[in-house]
Design a protein around this ligand. Structure first.
Ligand SMILES: [Zn+2]
Length: 249
């Protein structure tokens, strides 16, 4: 499968990247994982505007979902549209949250655009992918994902602090796309995010093949310090991902 980073900025868009959005492709199927602000811009560099086949939202914080509102216009009002309803997997409350952000109650529901499917822990099929969702450790209900295709595994942390579920999701993953929002050594609040060192520790315990660090907060963090901390805890290849980069998993 192929991973394209459409956005990787943590918490708010950075000078060089949209917020979290990852295009995962196999057999011509395009699964969009998270849909943060600015991602529609990047999406158009990699496929047609209408080319997405399903959306998977890890949680309902704005930096992971708000372009799913902008995307309503794309599918509902396209000159050759409207386009077919798109499966959208979301934690509970996603239907109401997105409708509210779009303009409810003045605007109506979004069910003409999205086929909302509520996530619960477990394994399910999306196109050619087998997706395993587990709740991770973040202030709102948040899922991490293990996406499998043809024996290859991409694990995605979502937003999370250390938890056992993250270790299970990343077990023997070929690529572990993991958030590293916080700097090591800072006075970080508990149960929200990971540091680079913690991401590296999880990758080591899980036996991941490579570690892809994401969700760094560019204005407050340090890419070099995060990378160094992760490399100190994980002996395999480590990258800080960038918008537009592609990885064969
Ligand atoms: Zn979050």
């Amino acid at each position: 499968m192929r991973l394209t980073v459409l956005g990787c900025a943590g918490s708010f868009p950075g000078p060089d990247s949209a917020c979290s959005a990852y295009l995962v492709e196999a057999e011509g199927f395009r699964l969009l994982v998270d849909f943060g602000p600015g991602a529609i811009s990047a999406l158009q560099r990699h496929c047609s505007l209408q080319g997405i086949d399903a959306i998977l939202l890890s949680h309902l914080h704005g930096d992971h979902i708000f372009d799913a509102c902008s995307y309503v216009v794309v599918r509902r009002y396209a000159p050759d549209g409207p386009y077919p309803r798109l499966p959208l997997y979301t934690p509970a409350g996603g239907k109401e949250r997105l409708a509210g952000a779009y303009g409810s109650p003045d605007e109506g529901p979004l069910e003409d655009v999205y086929d909302f499917r509520t996530l619960s822990p477990g394994t399910f099929t999306v196109g050619p992918f087998q997706v395993t969702a587990e709740r991770v450790n973040h202030p709102v209900e948040t899922f991490g994902f293990r996406i499998e295709h043809n024996g290859r595994v991409l694990a995605y942390s979502g937003d999370t602090a250390i938890c056992d579920a993250l270790l299970r999701l990343a077990q023997d993953a070929d690529a572990f796309l993991c958030e590293a929002s916080y700097l090591d050594g800072a006075d970080n609040p508990p149960d929200i995010h990971l540091t680079g060192r913690e991401a590296g520790q999880v990758a080591t315990k899980a036996g991941a093949g490579r570690l892809l660090l994401t969700h760094l907060v560019s204005a407050w963090g340090s890419e070099s310090a995060t990378l160094e901390a992760a490399c100190g805890a994980f002996g395999g290849p480590v990258d800080v991902v960038r918008q537009g980069e592609r990885y064969q998993v």
